[in-house]
Ligand binder design. Sequence first.
Ligand code: F6P
Length: 369
Amino acid sequence: MNIRKIAVNTGGGDAPGLNAVIRAVTLSALRLGWEVVGIRQGYVGLLNMTPEEGLIPLTRDSVRGILNQGGTILGTTNHGNPFEYPVNKNGEIVAVDRSDEIIEAFRRHGFDALVAIGGDGSLEIANRLCRKGIPVVGVPKTIDNDLSATLLTFGFDTAVATATDALDKLHSTAESHSRVMVVETMGRTTGWIALHAGISGSADVILIPEIPFNIEKVCESIRKRDQMGRHYSIVVAAEGAMPAGGQVRTKGKKEIGSEIRLGGIAEWLAEEIAARTGKETRFLVLGHLQRGGGPSSFDRLMALRFGTAAVRFLAEGQSGVMVAFQPPMLLPVPIEEAVAERKRVPLDSDTIATANSLGICMGTHCICE
Ligand code: F6P
């Protein structure tokens, strides 16, 4: 593969470190003498914008000073799947396959390859484009850390730090008021953020989708703490957590080309806990705060390593692969492998054992058991 010009895009929800990857891809590609162009908002810049609006030439100057910035200078969207593009037909939104337009635009603009920075949805799209003839290397992005084949995705560490900071702050107000505080973290159907932040932030109860919970055990733990003189409790619930035999809570309707939004478990838990324990209870949904702000130094370094590795893999002739962190190496793994299934917290993981050993209630046993 003789590369002279590559495109870069960012798709799906934003995550701290996206700009660091863009900078890494740009600087390392420029060193190889390649031209680098950013596509705005996933693929929207090629489908619904003029080239002047939709394409950003990436140079040393345009990526200066962005390493520590949150968000993405290219913009992103989770409604821009070209294979299921939402189009208004006579007042009704229908899904249209516009992928051929992407292939044609790639040829027209002389792009030899694509670095797709995204989570499972965006990487799946990139892989389908790869099968249609576009050489692709993917970079694993998501605060959820739910991509298979890589130990970590960039953005996760920063999200955990933000959630941990929130838990630290909530402790003093919970204790002052002798209240139960229920905190909802993101993570979709996995509990990585809730588990890591919950342990780091000294939560008393951590509820994750991988371990359906028993509400009575949660309440028993809170009552037990009360008896021990701890009149407050901090409960962390992943947005995908659910009671055994229950269902995940969602918001609104599924829109074309995107996934249904999750949310509402903290509010439900707060009502149940208040009713069952008689304790004053409040809830807080951390929401998009977890995606905001600049990347931690760990995520910056991961993002720079991922971005430069993506360019190296392209230069070696790799395609249809994602850069995977398999310590101590960054390896090219087939994108199919990374998106085949969500990486969930293994029940036999050392992190869950840590929570258990610390006496944190994981929703199945009271802290007294
Ligand atoms: O995948 C990242 C993520 O932040 C999830 O944790 C969350 O469920 C979802 O995106 C929220 O998406 P949106 O930005 O569309 O509300």
